[in-house]
Write a protein that binds this ligand. Structure first.
Ligand code: CA
Length: 221
């Protein structure tokens, strides 16, 4: 599943956004300050970031400029009460990928984030055709010859990570991070179990084992 970083100092606003994102299958970590955002970003990879500008220990724009100067390519959507045209232009020029002014509607935030992540994954459309499967990234659904293939939440998350990696090999540790984040105590063979289940549902070839390295998206034999 997608994993977002939410940088927002207002706890009430943050919990509302997190709940809304979760309804759409978007998991998020909350950073109430620039310092916390920095720590989260150093600890794991995120699919996108929602960035407030007025933070208790600094300005979100400065944080973003620092990230971009350091080569951080994470898709960033600025969500701010600063809503003049000049604010928006400045934000986009200084490295944000999108800008939404508060007050905002949750469905618009979710749709913009999904579009951002699609573009970051190099896909203009949410619909993919891979090795005989039709896959819709936004609704997390897979079809084979018109038949829906039911995947468990973690199975989908694993498949999604491999699709987004676009043929690169992901190690079990990277996949574990994508599925569970940092906090949870999970059995060490969990990834292998999910791969096993996915292969039973989608056939043996879609997920390739690269010996000693991990897994990648394969194709038909
Ligand atoms: Ca704020």
């Amino acid at each position: 599943m997608s994993h977002l970083l939410l940088v927002e100092d207002n706890a009430l606003v943050a919990s509302g956004i997190q709940a809304g994102l979760a309804l759409h299958g978007l998991h998020s970590d909350w950073a109430p300050s620039a310092r916390a955002a920095q720590a989260h970003l150093a600890a794991r990879a995120y699919d996108a970031c929602v960035l407030d500008l007025g933070l208790p220990d600094g300005d979100g724009m400065q944080l973003l400029r620092r990230w971009r100067a350091a080569g951080q390519t994470l898709p960033v959507l600025i969500l701010s009460a600063r809503s003049t045209l000049q604010d928006k232009v400045q934000g986009l020029q200084d490295g944000s990928d999108d800008y939404l002014a508060k007050p905002f509607d949750l469905p618009e935030l979710v749709a913009r984030l999904q579009a951002l992540m699609r573009r970051a994954g190099g896909r203009a459309s949410a619909h993919l055709h891979i090795a005989g499967y039709d896959i819709d990234m936004d609704s997390a659904s897979v079809w084979q010859q018109g038949q829906r293939v039911e995947l468990a939440r973690r199975e989908w998350a694993l498949l999604q990570a491999l699709i987004q990696a676009r043929g690169r090999v992901l190690s079990p540790a990277q996949l574990h991070d994508h599925l569970y984040g940092l906090a949870q105590d999970v059995e060490s063979n969990a990834i292998n179990v999910h791969v096993h289940h996915l292969r039973k549902k989608l056939g043996p070839h879609l997920i390739e084992t690269v010996r000693g390295q991990g897994f990648r998206l394969g194709g038909p034999p």
